[in-house]
Design a protein around this ligand. Sequence first.
Ligand code: NAD
Ligand code: 6OD
Length: 486
Amino acid sequence: MPGPDLYNMVAGAPLPGRAAFDKINPVDGTLVAKVHEAGPDVVDAAVQAARRALDGHWGRTGVGERVRLLRKVADRIEARFDDLVVAEVADTGKPLPLARELDVARAAMNFRSFADTVAGAGVDSYLMDLAGGGQALNYAVAKPLGVVAVIVPWNLPLLLLTWKVAPALACGNAVVVKPSEETPSSATLLAEIMAEAGIPDGVYNVVHGFGPDSAGEYLTAHPGIDGVTFTGESRTGSAIMRAVAPRVRPVSFELGGKNAAVVFDDCDLEATLDGLTRSVFMNSGQVCLCTERVYVQRGIFDDVVSGLVDRAKGLKLGRPDAEGVTTGPLISQEHRRKVQAYYDLALDEGAEVLVGGGVPDLGPELANGSWIEPTLWTGVTNADRVLREEIFGPTAALVPFDSEEEAVTLANDTDYGLAAAVWTSNLERAHRVAQQMRVGMAWVNTWYLRDLRSPFGGMGLSGIGREGGMHSFHFYTQPTNVCIKL
Ligand code: NAD
Ligand code: 6OD
């Protein structure tokens, strides 16, 4: 279990902060931990520790040794699997099977995958013919970016943290990570795991706290960081861009989404309904890739509506370890207020509530948790705010369409551009429609199926850049081209 006090971790040692804040369990409102908030001094100590690591042994560590260490980290994550699951579940309240099968399993996989990526990475080289005869050889040496600030959200805390830390370390960087104030535990535990695996002190540092006027802002404004990799809300991305602008630091941003599913009347209905249930309700809708807009071809609209409503009614809310539980609470009371405000707005905008719409009564033990009902609507259009703004809860609106062209127009009618899912059994249509989706990831007859070598990221308000495989390698390194006249 996470201890009563969670400290910042700097150069391998726990550091108290300027104050401690309460981390509350969203299942029942109990205290998980007192978290030490990093002030500017602790953030500065963390950045300096990372710089010292780079200037010292870590900066001279070759690719082979880094690959060996990353694989060891993956092994240690598996050895401490249950501890990480407990930490993740205490912070988020998500069902145990989800924490096991998605969050913690992926953490180990992230380290192995990026170890493989850097182990196989070559260098660009070009032999050029010179005008007057002779040749020159160009080759590019990939150097680490330096001290990388890693700022992550609360929905898939360890998965998203390790998705960035693993490639950063694989490429020879040192990191200062700031987990969300809502999910401080697994990032802190990972510091222990790094030490067990033999990662040198100072390579992985953790600072706790909030965004503005707190650890997040102190970190992004710190002159000693060489780049920022961030996952979170689009407007936080804007604030971070402003913070790094004076020193022109590179950023990689994975931001919000308002993702569409497009369901054609030739789909396999049962498989589609199973897929939609997953894509709308997984992690209580708190996945950036979750579907919040479901466009359905008119001929099967009623079948999809009734099938999805039945499945939503079959979801079981409850404690993470209770038998058969599919759905946990939202992350916090504050987030529930936001989602509830959208539930109210949907009514104002003329939605028909097919299921849910309120706060469930789960008995006195869970009365202080951040529970909300899975909710489905019809009767709203792309002109309504509930179909334009990211809600990040267990909810979606279903909207009918007639033609393929109309479906593509509706799905692309958004300022975001993260993910889409197309459900059809027509192979030509699958390619045609998926390629027209203005998103970073278009899934067909599936959702959130990941090959970690492929590009991951978003268009529009959904992000800047791509991570995954060599895409991560390019962000976490910078090349020096060497040109030798032969
Ligand atoms: P958030 O932007 O509020 O917070 C994310 C992190 O940024 C937290 O650690 C927070 O403390 C920090 N932060 C906040 N303000 C900051 C500032 N001014 N300077 C520096 N750091 C700051 O996001 P959230 O509420 O934690 O997460 C939910 C959001 O994340 C949703 O919008 C979701 O779509 C998005 N998300 C996107 C992806 C993706 O891959 N595209 C993945 C997961 C979550
Ligand atoms: O699977 C991933 O690599 C990833 N970055 C997922 C993001 C999920 C958003 O909540």
